[in-house]
Design a protein around this ligand. Sequence first.
Ligand SMILES: Cc1cc2nc3c(=O)[nH]c(=O)nc-3n(C[C@H](O)[C@H](O)[C@H](O)COP(=O)(O)OP(=O)(O)OC[C@H]3O[C@@H](n4cnc5c(N)ncnc54)[C@H](O)[C@@H]3O)c2cc1C
Length: 489
Amino acid sequence: MKSAQTTGVTGRAGAGAAEAGEAGTGRLIEALSRALPGDRIVADPDVLAAISHDDAEWAPAGQAAAGVRARSEAEVQQVVRICAELGAAIVPRGAGTGLSGGANAVDGCVVLDLARMDRVVEIDRDNLICVVQPGVVNNDLKSAVAEYGLWYPPDPASAMWSTIGGNVATNAGGLCCLKYGVTRDYVLGLRAVAGGPATGGAVAYGDAVRLGRRTTKGVAGLDMVGLFVGSEGTLGVVTEVTLRLRPALTGTPRTTVGAFPDLVSAGEAVAQITRRGLGPSVLELLDRACLAAVEDWKHLGLEASAAALLLARVDTPGESGAAEADALGEAMASAGALWVAQSTDDAEAEALFEARRLAYPAFERLGPVLTEDVCVPRSKVPVMLAQIESIAARHGVQIATIAHAGDGNLHPLIVTPPGDEAARSAAQAAFEEFLDAAIALGGTVTGEHGVGLLKRDGMRRELDPGSLAMQDAVRQALDPRRLFNPGKG
Ligand SMILES: Cc1cc2nc3c(=O)[nH]c(=O)nc-3n(C[C@H](O)[C@H](O)[C@H](O)COP(=O)(O)OP(=O)(O)OC[C@H]3O[C@@H](n4cnc5c(N)ncnc54)[C@H](O)[C@@H]3O)c2cc1C
């Protein structure tokens, strides 16, 4: 992971603490040191800088006053109480793999690192649920529940690093979310350290609250869990998550690969597959530039002859699975595929999916990457891909495209040579135009990465003014002092 630019980023609370300057920072560190064991506190400037930004290299990061590596909910409560007393912002952080600047420090804040709260508290085989601390890494949870014959489906391409807390706070998607749903579909309950009226009375920053339930159904009261999922740390700090699980899949999935002469025909295949009601568990796109970047880095033996590949996976067993895989191939052929191939060889197919997962880090090696995350109705995927190409050409920016194509969620990656300011401003202009194009097609500015710092303007252009006002009112009620991750979302 690379370091982000450090420029002043001030949410309201952060600005207050920053004005207090060194004296304010000293008081904060002193209070934290009194309340917590010494090894929890990060004051070393280099370490603090390293945990003050996420993976969105373009998003500015502020100057944190301190970091805390919490080990328990009680410690999170102490941090929130101290921050409330001294007027410092709290920026929660998981693994820092976010791509929108959501975990970036604001000036004078405490970066609250939850990665060490990494215990799987309970796996309940009888009820297909588990309870975890927020710092559990997604793939580690998958491995833990697999021992019980269970499966936790949400699979962001960052699953080997990103935490469940971060996944919950961004409502992370992933590859198999096309069939199995996103993080929100698996979160039954939460514990959070909040502010506002969490105790039913006066504002009480630092109180812990239990939201949601353990049952598969439940409609008692408003959906507070739904509100917290995807709230990007702006409503409180998630300290425990109760998740729904599924039985592990059996059998070997089938993979259908289509190679296309251009991006738009690959997009047309996505639209066809949707229109025909086919149900792959995964439908991903990667273009020639992505394949080449991964091959240059990892030497997986990938051939980048076609302009784009579509990778579809079918996990329905038996004859029906075979028929679904055939039907996917037919849809790809009818959209103009150069060739279509099928495989049940897991190792062979996995190399292609590995290339898909590695595309982003492969580009990160080449220069600062500005990652787009637009999501459009699936019938509009070909149009959006055409617009991405023409906008990029008009601005003279270099892009490479990966996509959770079956969801209509497209990630053109804009790569700029390090230090080239003209390329940087062209990239910024193209980024904003991609957002506007998606909105005009009935889409959204962010399908899964969150608003963070990079899509704040875009979100305001997308959402109905009434919806924005309701959002502000909720924040005002739950965090009247705007201490939780101010200036984000
Ligand atoms: C190579 C790569 C591939 C990726 N692929 C995908 C993908 O397929 N799908 C996808 O959705 N995303 C993807 N991402 C983005 C990123 O991994 C996700 O957004 C992920 O959910 C972030 O988790 P994290 O633990 O790194 O959180 P962080 O980046 O540390 O934080 C993300 C946000 O959550 C908040 N937060 C973190 N923990 C808590 C908590 N306990 N309580 C309250 N707020 C909290 C932070 O303040 C921040 O706003 C990818 C990123 C990379 C680098």
